[in-house]
Write a protein that binds this ligand. Structure first.
Ligand code: PLP
Length: 514
């Protein structure tokens, strides 16, 4: 009986293979980086601004890390400033330059492919009067340089163009962009976050004025970014306070993160050498996908693209279902950028390169990394093939936006709450829910209706997905998983949450065992 009671746990363990193919979202911290950071956390607690010995040692570590970052991007150390993240770097440049130039000059020219940290900041600046023009791109996402030239005029103070796109991997010709901008004395901000460690970055050769970087995209820690400001370029800090970073970014330095970033940059040459192997695996992946579904469309350009990134559209295949089955098999890929997974809108990047809304919803992004193996590619493509050829169990997904009153109060829907007890203590759940012990679902099967659709939810959407597949394997026909879980729904539908949470909840008792 004991063994039978553990059935769901065994089901979980059976799928413990992990294949991480979302390196454009973030990367695991490398062992070397972790070791260096550990040493800092253990021994180097001095404040880099303090004048005494341990403070001076910390300051020396910051200086050394700055040197490593500068070498990796071909800049001078005094042009590199540490920030909290690349989002901060992008915000700082866009806001600082708008303050500096507006209203004498009014215009920023950008591309429709930028990361939300740029897009949303530009939208904010528009509310402050700044004019923003987006330069069209071709079907592969390359900025049309002739169109750029038309848009950059004497009223333009900044051209903002990312080096490599996070969703498709397309690489822009920054040297050409800088040339066009300089004809009108406009400055250039290049978001180089996705490029560093994947392709060579040479800021001095390209002549850009500002560039942003983030350690967690190259096996460094999260929560540390860098900003390059070409010597002599205007800049005023976003944060005011102490004199850290030569007065360009106030706040006590996050020493362990800075050292981690420096250590990650020391590995850039090795990463670039490894990129050849990654490129070969990417080709294998493309080849296998084309064999599996000949009409799939590869949105990433064949040349001028990051070696690790592939965006692929499978006509007729909804990406939510595909990603769910991949997740179930321990494979992590994403639909667009990780920053927008909580949103329901299809990717603005895919729309900008001409995909229809429907095609964008049939697209996934796979981004390979240092540890990706041929076995990972073969395993992943096998799971995709089984799904596309109809050999996988099918769990439907519902997004937080779709979960409305008519579903919550539908008599043909049975709501199953598989949240852990501490989450139940913190937050009230969906109305009309039935609570079960989350890791012992097998003990309640007798009470779950086979003639209704079962809507399963947990805090984040992961455990409920496992339960959903388990129920499918047990013969339940209509099972729906709440994507993003209760946390996402509480955010998205706070109106419904406030109105109905916790109403009419039933706590189920385990089935009686004969
Ligand atoms: N720019 C690009 C192209 C990115 O891909 C990201 C992260 O996904 C960022 C900026 C933001 O970086 P951070 O996470 O350091 O704020």
């Amino acid at each position: 009986m004991q063994i039978q009671q553990l059935e769901f746990l065994k089901h979980l363990i059976r799928f413990n293979r992990r294949v991480y193919l979302d390196h454009n979202a973030t990367t695991p911290v490398s062992n070397r980086v972790r070791r260096k950071m550990g040493q800092v956390l253990r021994y180097h607690y001095g404040n880099p601004s303090s004048f005494y010995g341990i403070g001076r040692k910390s300051a020396a570590l910051v200086k050394q890390a700055r040197q490593y970052v500068a070498e990796a991007v071909h800049a001078d150390p005094q042009e590199i400033y540490f920030t909290g993240c690349a989002t901060e770097s992008n915000n700082a440049v866009l806001k600082s330059l708008s303050d500096h130039f507006y209203p004498k000059k009014k215009k920023i020219v950008s591309t429709p492919l930028e990361h939300p940290s740029v897009m949303h900041t530009l939208a904010y600046l528009e509310t402050q009067g700044v004019m923003v023009e987006y330069c069209p791109v071709d079907g592969q996402g390359r900025v049309l340089l002739a169109e750029l030239e038309k848009r950059v005029d004497e009223d333009t103070f900044l051209v903002c163009c990312m080096l490599a796109n996070n969703e498709t991997g397309v690489i822009q010709d920054l040297k050409a962009v800088t040339k066009i901008a300089s004809q009108q004395s406009a400055l250039v901000l290049a978001d180089c976050v996705q490029a560093l460690g994947k392709i060579p970055v040479d800021l001095h050769a390209w002549g850009v004025d500002y560039a942003s970087f983030s350690a967690h995209k190259l096996y460094g820690p999260k929560g540390i970014g860098a900003l390059y400001v070409k010597q002599g370029s205007p800049f005023s800090p976003l944060l005011h306070g102490g004199h850290q970073e030569s007065g360009m970014r106030a706040g006590t330095e996050s020493l362990h993160n800075i050292v981690g970033f420096g250590a990650a940059c020391q590995d850039v040459d090795r990463l670039l050498l490894h990129a050849k192997k990654t490129q070969a695996l990417k080709q294998l992946l493309i080849q296998r996908l084309k064999e599996i579904k000949p009409d799939c469309a590869i949105n990433s350009p064949e040349t001028g693209c990051l070696p690790n990134t592939i965006s692929v559209t499978f006509p007729g295949v909804d990406n939510a279902g595909l990603m769910a089955i991949l997740d179930y098999h321990g494979i992590a890929v994403s639909a667009g950028s990780a920053c927008s997974t909580g949103e329901d809108a299809p990717s603005h990047v895919l729309r900008a390169i001409g995909l229809s809304e429907q095609a964008a919803r049939q697209t996934i992004r796979v981004s390979l990394g240092w540890h990706t193996s041929e076995g990972d590619i073969r395993y992943t493509t096998k799971v995709i093939q089984d799904y596309i050829e109809g050999r996988s169990l099918l769990v439907n997904m519902i997004t937080p936006a779709q979960l409305n009153e008519s579903i919550l109060f539908d008599e043909h829907t049975f709501i199953l709450d598989v949240r852990p007890p501490d989450d139940r203590r913190k937050h009230q759940g969906l109305p009309n829910a039935h609570e079960v012990a989350p890791l012992a679902v097998e003990k309640y099967l007798g009470q779950l209706p086979r003639d209704k659709q079962i809507l399963v939810y947990c805090p984040g959407g992961g455990l409920s997905l496992m339960v959903s597949y388990y129920l499918k394997a047990k013969g339940f026909k209509h099972v729906i998983n709440l994507r993003g879980g209760l946390d996402a729904w509480r955010q998205r539908r706070s109106d419904l949450y406030l109105k109905y949470a916790g109403q009419n909840v039933t706590v189920l008792q385990p089935d009686k065992v004969e």
